[in-house]
Design a protein around this ligand. Structure first.
Ligand code: GLU
Length: 494
């Protein structure tokens, strides 16, 4: 048993005054959308209050690979702009910030609870699932009533044991959640959960209380799956005589009315969304609204604007449904709102997948207003790389008064013009084709429709005949125009 000075030294380090929140992910190797939203709300509460945001890695249940998985957490949060003031990499007054590096702290606190009669050593052999679920009758556990002397003696003799919380049989426990209000649970419904495992490591249920206290956490933000355990945490705080934090339990994000979002069932993680071409700004904006409603009608918020607007009063008790269509709506709005330079930079890798060697800035300018997600770009540009199969019916168009005969006439005129066009720039191609329409005495559309169909093989394209012609280059443009002409003629003969 540690002496009082040891506990006093730890207590003395706890910062007082000011809001302190923490994001406490387990290093799983990916970030759920729900985790990201918890991180966001936790960060917002700290930033709004001018307080501190901490990062703590909860790795007591993890196997190997923790290092890589922790790096992923850093990278993901940094990428999203959720910066932390204290954490494993930046340090801070109450470190270490990785639970396995704090392993020596927990046993003395568990022993203190044993001494106070709020916990007991349990020497019974139980299966792991019994221990995890607490699914056994407490009344039957003989260790609950061992005398302190006997318990000490058996531990000293080297008998393996876990330490369990000793929940009173009678009465009830009440706590307040900032979203759900007051919640009361009969103590008889609470299990004597394991606090320290046989291997000497704490369970999450114990470590979170010790760490939150020693780190001076004022607001605990986490998912509603922890709501039913919170009375037990409360009893732990009471056993130690510690002040409790404010609890904020966030309702889950659902795929539909019945199912939570789940990676195992194929729902995307935060990183999957990034890889699918959603912008982090759009994702953060959208997920902020899953579980929180701003005061007015407004729905678009940058991160600094969220800090301004965020208010716990807007947090919802009901689960929220993740709607990819709504996310896409946010995403296209963010894409449209980018500067042309930024959009070009973001779109470039996707453009290059489909249009290597072409003018990416020109293509980006054609796509920006009609792009829902960056990952759609290669598909939208497929026709540049390869002319799709198409039917000559596409040449018929009421608006431009085009049909096969007029299209043949226009392509026959366009081909020699394109052979000579100079300079080969967007303006050069534009002036050349417009000049030709004027010479022919036809409306621009009458010429441009068949040219665009022949160049792209489709009726809807980013950009028009001029841009597509310019992008393809003279040789390929001519090849396609001649092919279109040949097809039209073959159709007429047939
Ligand atoms: N490590 C827990 C999790 O990833 C954290 C829960 C909490 O924030 O207390 O779910």
């Amino acid at each position: 048993m540690k002496d009082q000075a040891w506990f006093d030294a730890l207590e003395a380090k706890i910062p007082v005054g000011g809001v302190r929140t923490r994001f406490a992910p387990s290093p799983t190797g990916y970030m759920h959308i729900g985790n990201m939203r918890t991180a966001l709300y936790t960060w917002l509460i700290a930033r709004k209050a001018g307080g501190k945001f901490l990062l703590r890695i909860e790795d007591t249940d993890q196997g190997r690979l923790v290092q890589d998985a922790t790096e992923i957490i850093y990278r993901t949060l940094k990428g999203a702009g959720l910066t932390w003031d204290e954490g494993p990499d930046v340090g801070g007054p109450v470190g270490p910030y990785i639970q396995t590096e704090r392993r020596d702290l927990y046993m003395p606190y568990a022993e203190l609870l044993v001494q106070r009669g709020c916990a007991y050593r349990c020497f019974c052999e139980k299966t792991e699932s019994e221990e995890d679920s607490g699914d056994f009758s407490r009344g039957d556990d003989p260790c609950r009533s061992l005398s302190p002397e006997e318990s000490e003696a058996r531990a000293k003799a080297g008998e393996p044991y876990v330490i369990r919380q000793k929940i009173p049989h009678e009465g009830s426990t009440t706590f307040r959640d900032e979203i759900f209000g007051e919640i009361t649970a009969p103590n008889a419904d609470l299990d004597d959960q394991v606090l320290m495992k046989r291997d000497g490591l704490p369970t999450y249920n114990f470590a979170n209380v010790i760490d939150d206290h020693l780190m001076g956490i004022t607001h605990v933000v986490r998912g509603t799956e922890y709501l039913s355990s919170t009375p037990k945490y409360n009893l732990l705080y009471e056993g130690f005589g510690w002040e409790k934090p404010a609890y904020i339990h966030c309702s889950p994000i659902m795929r539909d009315a019945q199912h939570k979002l789940s990676k195992r069932h194929g729902d995307p993680t935060y990183d999957d969304l990034l890889n699918q071409g959603y912008l982090k700004e759009a994702i953060l904006n959208y997920i902020a609204l899953l579980g929180w409603s701003p005061a007015g009608e407004r729905e678009f918020f940058t991160l600094p604007e969220l800090v301004e607007a965020f208010d716990l009063k807007g947090m919802s008790k009901s689960p929220a449904i993740f709607d990819p269509v709504k996310l896409t709506y946010f995403n296209s709005a963010y894409l449209r709102g980018m500067s042309p330079e930024d959009f070009h930079a973001a779109a470039k890798p996707y453009i290059q997948q489909a249009a290597a060697g072409m003018d990416t800035a020109l293509i980006a300018s054609l796509l920006q207003q009609r792009c829902e997600k960056l990952s759609d770009i290669p598909g939208q540009l497929g026709f540049l790389k390869e002319l799709p199969e198409y039917e000559t019916e596409l040449f018929n168009n009421k608006k431009s008064k085009s049909d096969a005969a007029s299209s043949i006439e226009m392509l026959e005129a366009a081909i020699p013009r394109v052979e000579q066009l100079s300079p080969w720039t967007k303006d050069g191609v534009h002036d050349g084709l417009m000049g030709l329409a004027e010479e022919l005495g036809v409306k621009n559309a009458k010429l441009l429709w068949p040219v665009r169909i022949a160049l792209s093989g489709q009726t809807v394209t980013p950009g028009g005949a001029v841009e597509i012609c310019c992008l393809l280059g003279r040789e390929e443009a001519l090849r396609r125009l001649r092919l279109g002409l040949a097809r039209l003629k073959a159709g007429q003969e047939g």
